[in-house]
Design a protein around this ligand. Structure first.
Ligand SMILES: Cc1cc2nc3c(=O)[nH]c(=O)nc-3n(C[C@H](O)[C@H](O)[C@H](O)COP(=O)(O)O)c2cc1C
Length: 301
């Protein structure tokens, strides 16, 4: 059984990764999770300058999911490189940095700096965080998406993953733009903008009023996004959205994802990703497959 997968220039031992913002900087999971079982880890998004994030409450549970409006709370790029990366580079799995810039220039400056450090297997561009005001939703515009990806590729030799927002009319042209810009793969999807209301107080529950919906509730939406991009764009896809068991993993692979990231499920089952990697060979065998690539994008009909 060959679980290894290829995402452009990025090769991973297996297709089960953990998603940015749901696994801290990995050290938080030490002792709980056998990192060697994972195909890769994507730590929390890092921005150029430290960010305090949004006012609380920042999360609320919803039917089969959760809303979050963390607001990219992080200690900034220099802190990441100095304090988190030395630990991350010791882990027995691929670590994929995740950055968000406030401007295109900031994206490029950050990517250049990250590219000069060792220990990362790839760089995921968070082109899609819906919680941050000030023009950060880069991936609602194909031209901007292509420009940022191409610019990052020119200054950073790491494989590039473009993480896209589902909060667009049509995600296909955006994924195509990422491909045209030279992305090695697209990560689909980030959270869907939503809100929750406390009607007795007539108040929004989240301090930020709106937040990003994630968890099992969004799986069918994410699956459709993956399926549509897989049919229309020739670039590997990492499927993300509501994955919480091996059937979910298999559905994303069949829809056209070459790998998946587990997000919200880490909060209710931190060891899930390792379990999924353990369960994958038997699931592949059920389809008579001996390699992950044998089943990617094989939806019948
Ligand atoms: C609490 C929380 C924080 C998140 N923070 C980030 C982040 O910093 N950067 C990012 O690219 N995605 C972030 N995400 C989005 C997830 O990586 C993932 O794309 C999304 O939650 C959908 O997957 P899921 O349904 O499995 O959670 C966050 C999600 C949650 C729930």
């Amino acid at each position: 059984m060959d679980l290894s997968i290829t995402l452009g220039r990025l090769k991973l031992g297996n297709p089960i990764l953990v998603a940015s913002g749901t696994f801290g900087y990995a050290r938080e999971m030490e002792g709980l999770v056998d990192f060697a079982k994972l195909g890769g880890i994507v730590p929390k998004t890092v921005t150029q300058a430290p960010r305090a994030g949004n006012p609380p409450p920042r999360t609320v549970e919803t039917a089969a999911g959760m809303l979050n409006a963390i607001g990219l709370d992080n200690d900034g790029l220099d802190h990441f490189l100095k304090h988190y990366l030395p630990y991350l580079r010791t882990l027995p799995t691929a670590v994929i940095g995740n950055i968000a810039g406030k401007t295109e220039a900031e994206f490029l400056a950050m990517a250049e700096k990250v590219g000069r450090s060792t220990g990362l297997a790839a760089l995921e561009l968070n082109l899609s965080c819906p919680n941050v005001s000030g023009g950060v939703d880069f991936a609602i515009d194909p031209a901007v998406t292509k420009r940022v990806v191409a610019g990052v590729r020119a200054v950073c030799s790491l494989p590039i993953l473009a993480k896209l927002t589902p909060n667009v009319t049509d995600i296909v042209p955006i994924a195509q733009a990422a491909a045209d810009g030279g992305a090695d793969a697209v990560s689909l999807v980030n959270t869907f903008v939503g809100m929750a209301i406390d009607w007795k107080r007539r108040k929004p529950i989240l301090g930020n009023v709106t937040g990003g919906l994630s968890g099992p509730a969004i799986k069918p939406l994410a699956l459709r996004a993956v399926w549509r991009v897989a049919r229309n764009v020739k670039i590997p896809i990492i499927g993300i959205g509501g994955i919480s068991n091996i059937d979910d993993v298999m559905e994303f692979l069949i829809a056209g994802a070459s790998a998946v990231q587990v997000g919200t499920a880490n909060f209710f089952n931190p060891t899930l990703s390792g379990t999924l990697a353990d369960q994958l060979p038997a699931a592949l065998l059920q389809l008579g497959a001996t390699r992950v690539a044998d089943i990617v994008g094989t939806l019948a009909g």
